[in-house]
Every structure is written in structure tokens, then in C-alpha cells.
Design a protein around this ligand. Structure first.
Ligand SMILES: C[S@@+](CC[C@H](N)C(=O)[O-])C[C@H]1O[C@@H](n2cnc3c(N)ncnc32)[C@H](O)[C@@H]1O
Length: 333
């Protein structure tokens, strides 16, 4: 298994003095390799598309100031409010925006920025979101089955999905976005439960999933409800669609020599990131059997990480969330 130690030798991994630990209640994962591979410098313009607890933003601010600027985006109003307070002292050098990183381009135009040097995306949810029972992201606490990152949006919640979708659609969702082999049984259990009473809490969903998956097939390292919760979260937040659009927008907005660093936490995200970066790094995307190139596609990126960077055992021991993290870094040509 490749670890941080086996990454591109240009990317120094020695822990730096200013790598924050447990920032804002969320401990950023792979922070040091991310910062070392982006090499932020004073005067640069950086976008942190996933502000969260602000750990990555803080590391960027520390390095691009003086003279530079950081635009930090989050779709979670609570993260934005915390970020605005935390970075208020930096005035116009730090702009905290409530929005979806898929909309990086209009967000940058609004901020008066025409191109950027660095973009970071640290995907998924933060510990602050996971640990808030009222947000409904975690089966570890009982709470309303919400799961919206943007609580100000009128988008359907996870409860809306489980109570209204057809059994076939739920099965497809749990299979495709949760990679759950018992998707059929879980979907059937959801439909049975909601015929008795609406499913409104995380505990209700967790318990029915526990019953739907035979105990001898429970995964060893994760709770049996993990995959179902993941599937619902991805759908509720349109995560893969945002990621696809956000990656293309980030590539467009980078100036030549600018760098993009993306940290994924599950295989669907990582495959999407890997494919998008690999396609952007190719000069031709015609089917291999086609003798002559007709696509006119030209590489816009150089991959700085051929293989994803993973957390080393020490980071995983200190922070189990790091176990599934994959960092990929590319440079705009
Ligand atoms: C893993 S956390 C980021 C942690 C952050 N790097 C830190 O150091 O604290 C992911 C954050 O990104 C936000 N997020 C996820 N998808 C988003 C999207 N499409 N647009 C904007 N924010 C998003 C989530 O609300 C969450 O706060």
C-alpha cells in the first residue's frame, strides 16, 4: 500500500512547525503533504473550496500573506460563520464565501479575481458536522435524518429520500453510492419500516440497517450502516456532481504553474478525481482503437502525484478518518 513515504520525492513530508492539529474542532487530514505539494508563497491567490474547520485555510493564509489572498468557500452556513469570525483580522486578504465549490468561477468573479495560483478541495464532511447530532450525518448519535451540508437550502433531506423514493430507486442509490452488497435488503427494510411509521431519525435508520444485514456479513472495520449513510449523504448533497463541476472549474481558474490539491475520502470520489485529472493531463482522449486523433483535446495539467498519497500509520493512529484519505496533486500547464 503506497504511503506518504512513497510519494513524489519533490514533496517533502517532514512535519512542519505550523501544521495545525485539531483546528476549529476538525483535524485536517494529510495537511502537511497537501501544503508541501502546493508550495504556497507570499503574494499568491489561493482558493480553499472546502473551508470546514479552517485548518487548511489557516495554513494557506499563513503562507500566501503578506501580499496574497485566500478565498475560502463552504456550503455549510455554520462553517462560513465560524470562518468569518476566525479570519476577520485579515480584512480583505481572506474572503469567506457561502457557496458550492462547483461555482468557483462566479464566486471568483464576484470577489474580483480573474485567475488563481492554488486550489484545495478537502472533500466530504468535517468532524464538526459529523459530531453534531442535529445535522443527522452520523449513526453514532440519534438525531434528525437531515444530512444537508447547506442547511439554508430547500433541498430534500435524507428523511425526505427514505420516505418518498421507490424501493427500486433506494436500492440503486444504496448499491451505487454506498457500494452496499445488501442494498436490496436495506431498501426493502426501509420500505417496510416506513409503512409502519415515517423514518425521521438516524437511530431508526441505523437500527433497520443493522437488522437488514445478516450479522455474519457485517463488515469488520466499519459499522454496517456506514455505506447506507454514505449513499444518502452523497445524494442529498449532490456530491459527485459538484465534484465533477468543481474540478473542471478549478482547472479553468488556475493560472499556468498553479496547483490543485484534492483529498478524497471514499472510492467513488477518488475514482472521479483520478479520472478527471488523468483526462486533463492527456493530449488525446480518442478511443484507443481510433487510428487518427480527432479530439483536439490538449493536456492542461501535469500530474504531480501519479499514485494518490495516503496517510502514514502515525497519522492514521492519531486520526482514524485519515485511513481512507487519498491526496492527488496536479499543476496547470
Ligand atoms: C473535510 S471538511 C474540510 C475540512 C477543512 N479542510 C479543515 O481543515 O477543517 C469538508 C468541508 O467541505 C464542505 N463541502 C463539501 N462539499 C462542498 C461543496 N461542494 N462546496 C462547498 N463546500 C463543500 C463541507 O461542508 C465541509 O465543511
Amino acid at each position: 500500500m503506497p504511503t506518504v513515504a512513497s510519494m513524489d520525492p519533490r514533496l517533502d513530508t517532514t512535519p512542519g512547525p505550523s501544521a495545525p492539529d485539531g483546528d476549529g474542532g476538525h483535524r485536517p487530514v494529510l495537511l502537511h503533504p497537501l501544503i508541501e505539494s502546493l508550495q504556497p508563497r507570499p503574494g499568491q491567490i489561493a482558493v480553499d473550496g472546502t473551508l470546514g474547520g479552517g485548518g487548511v485555510t489557516a495554513a494557506l493564509v499563513e503562507r500566501v500573506l503578506p501580499g496574497g489572498r485566500v478565498i475560502a468557500i463552504d456550503r455549510d452556513p455554520a462553517a462560513v460563520a465560524r470562518g468569518r469570525e476566525r479570519f476577520a483580522d485579515h480584512g480583505d486578504a481572506v474572503t469567506v464565501v457561502h457557496g458550492d465549490f462547483a461555482d468557483i468561477s462566479p464566486i471568483l468573479r464576484e470577489a474580483g479575481v480573474d485567475a488563481v495560483d492554488l486550489v484545495t478541495l478537502d472533500l466530504g464532511v468535517s468532524s464538526l458536522q459529523l459530531d453534531a447530532p442535529g445535522r443527522g450525518f452520523s449513526f453514532r448519535f440519534d438525531g434528525p435524518l437531515d444530512m444537508r451540508m447547506d442547511t439554508s437550502s430547500g433541498d430534500p433531506t435524507a428523511a425526505d429520500l427514505v420516505n418518498t423514493w421507490s424501493e427500486a430507486d433506494l436500492q440503486r442509490l444504496i448499491r451505487d453510492f454506498g457500494e452496499e452488497r445488501f442494498a436490496r435488503g436495506v431498501a426493502a427494510a426501509i420500505v417496510r419500516e416506513r409503512a409502519k411509521q415515517p423514518i425521521t431519525t438516524t437511530a431508526q435508520l441505523r437500527e433497520l440497517v443493522e437488522r437488514a444485514i445478516p450479522r455474519r456479513y457485517w463488515p469488520r472495520r466499519i459499522h454496517p450502516a456506514t455505506r447506507t449513510f454514505q449513499a444518502l449523504r452523497i445524494e442529498v448533497n449532490h456530491e459527485l456532481d459538484s465534484l465533477e463541476r468543481g474540478l473542471q472549474a478549478a482547472i479553468t481558474e488556475l493560472r499556468p504553474g498553479g496547483r490543485l490539491g484534492v483529498i478524497a475520502f471514499h472510492s467513488l470520489e477518488d475514482i472521479l478525481v483520478k479520472n478527471a485529472l488523468h483526462v486533463a493531463a492527456q493530449n488525446c482522449v480518442c478511443p484507443p482503437q481510433q487510428p487518427i486523433c480527432t479530439c483536439a483535446h490538449r493536456a492542461s495539467l501535469f500530474l504531480l502525484t501519479r499514485k494518490a498519497i495516503k496517510a502514514d500509520p502515525a497519522e492514521i493512529a492519531a486520526n482514524p478518518r485519515a485511513r481512507s484519505a487519498r491526496l492527488r496533486v496536479a499543476e496547470k500547464l
